[in-house]
Design a protein around this ligand. Structure first.
Ligand code: AMX
Length: 439
């Protein structure tokens, strides 16, 4: 058994018991109340699930196993001579609950490299799709095509005890994370680089190898990819991609089915697709005012136009956050250090000055501040990855790490099938009548 798997088996068993005891001894304790508005408005703020890997605070942003993004940028192991954390490290932290050593991270890297072979039928399937198929559609389909490899599905069919579910799920999760960069790079090069592909380099870490297969071999791009793929991994359990993965997995659908569902959710413009929409919107804005950097007044005017047309300003707002997203801040620091004179970066800076005030003035937007997607695209464009329809796939490769880690924990904790109640509006009205005083 590999060392990480053994460690996960050892640490997860007592936690599963602890949760069983917690529910047995305190299961009837009330921890919250919720309102009709919450039921109609996407269950915001209702505690409805447990996710161990990360926790989002509205004011402070995300913490992974208690560590903030600035702390992790400092504490997580880096590639030799590198300045940004390796995504292997945040995976280890979320899975095991403690900071990894350099050796732990190297072992995860090697483990994923060993598992990274993608079966030919996945590429054959992709080759049959029209080139115009959105990269996220191809990505989700490729994940489903990989389902032929599910160790969990095979073990379940053979017959497996509930207590052992985590074991084949570990194999699925590791195999899937290991294979995603190859699949994503294949989609990118098929669509945008004349179907000319680049073989993986097993000596490179997971993020650098991904950059290499995409066709970007510069150390600067490796650095960006390591940061990018670390920042997008997880955002607690209620966001659409995490929740969809968890929900589908709760039916004991294997990791491939569950992740494909999660990626379908990430492909929505209010969620992960916002990263492509931001760039599209900024480029349209530039074009509208004849190129170059538009003035502050022009940008203000363009924001009002967008709102007047009944559209959202992409990259701004959040269902939970009520401050600037620390993932935006981390990318902003990166840009200030490595590309301060970039034209699109300068527009992002002006937007940061003017969008929040305009959104606040509408009086209805709960969070006027930028989220992760307001920044990521301009970094990629700076280094030459300009095909913005592909950006959500990059987000997805990273997000897979968080949601699959949670899925593995779900199986280790024997999380039951998810099945919330639903009601009709007629029922809701009947409840209102019940509490209204009689005339
Ligand atoms: N521009 C214009 N209007 C916005 C807005 C924005 N950036 N953000 C919120 N609003 C509007 C909503 O559409 C809603 O309008 P309505 O009452 O007419 O329906 C109203 O403000 C109240 O919404 P909210 O409670 O503040 O936000 P929410 O929790 O319903 O939605 C989010 C959150 C992210 C979907 C929303 O802010 C949005 O659409 N932002 C733009 C898209 C985006 O950047 N998405 C990426 C989020 C991060 C991620 O998941 N990757």
């Amino acid at each position: 058994m590999d060392k990480l798997k053994e460690k996960f088996g050892i640490i997860s068993a007592p936690i599963a018991q602890q949760i069983k005891d917690l529910v047995k001894d305190h299961g009837s304790q009330i921890i919250g109340q919720y309102s009709i508005e919450q039921v109609y408005h996407g269950m915001k703020g209702m505690i409805g699930m447990v996710t161990e890997t990360s926790k989002l605070d509205a004011e402070e942003g995300i913490r992974f196993r208690g560590y903030s993004i600035p702390e992790l940028r400092e504490k997580l192991p880096k590639a030799p001579g590198g300045s940004e954390p390796l995504p292997e490290g945040i995976f280890y932290l979320m899975l095991i609950g403690e900071l990894p050593s350099e050796e732990d991270v190297r072992e995860v890297s090697n483990n994923w490299a060993r598992r990274s072979n993608v079966p030919k039928h996945v590429f054959d399937m992709l080759d049959k799709m029209p080139l115009s198929t959105h990269p996220m559609t191809q990505f989700s389909m490729a994940i489903l095509a990989l389902q032929t490899e599910s160790v969990f599905a095979a073990a379940y069919r053979k017959g497996i005890s509930k207590k052992q579910y985590w074991d084949p799920m570990y194999e699925d999760v590791m195999n899937l994370i290991a294979r995603l960069p190859r699949v994503a790079a294949y989609i990118y090069r098929r669509i945008y680089k004349n179907n000319v592909h680049i073989e993986p380099d097993p000596k490179l870490d997971w993020a650098a190898n991904f950059a290499h297969m995409l066709g970007f071999d510069e150390p600067d791009f490796f650095r960006l990819m390591r940061l990018y793929l670390t920042l997008h991994v997880d955002h607690e359990g209620g966001n659409v991609s995490a929740h969809a993965t968890h929900l589908v997995g709760s039916a004991l659908s294997d990791a491939y089915y569950a992740l494909s569902a999660g990626m379908d959710g990430l492909a929505g413009p209010l969620h992960g697709l916002a990263n492509q929409e931001v760039v599209r919107w900024i480029l349209d804005l530039k074009k509208y005012y004849g190129g170059g950097i538009p003035s502050k007044e022009q940008i203000e005017e363009y924001i009002h136009r967008t709102l007047d047309e009944g559209k959202v300003v992409p990259g701004y707002g959040h269902a939970v956050l009520r401050k600037t997203d620390p993932r935006f801040v981390a990318q902003n620091e990166f840009a200030k250090k490595y590309m301060p004179d970039d034209e699109l970066f300068k527009i992002v800076e002006i937007l940061y000055q003017v969008v929040p005030e305009i959104l606040k003035s509408t009086g209805k937007i709960k969070n006027p501040w930028p989220n992760v997607d307001a920044h990521s695209g301009v970094l990629l464009i700076h280094y030459g990855l300009v095909e913005y329809d592909f950006y959500t796939v990059l987000f997805g490769v990273s997000r897979a790490i968080g949601v699959l880690t949670s899925l593995l924990w779900d199986r280790a904790l024997n999380t039951p099938i998810e099945r919330p109640g639903s009601v009709t509006t007629e029922w809701m009205l009947s409840q209102i009548k019940k509490v209204q005083p009689a005339n």
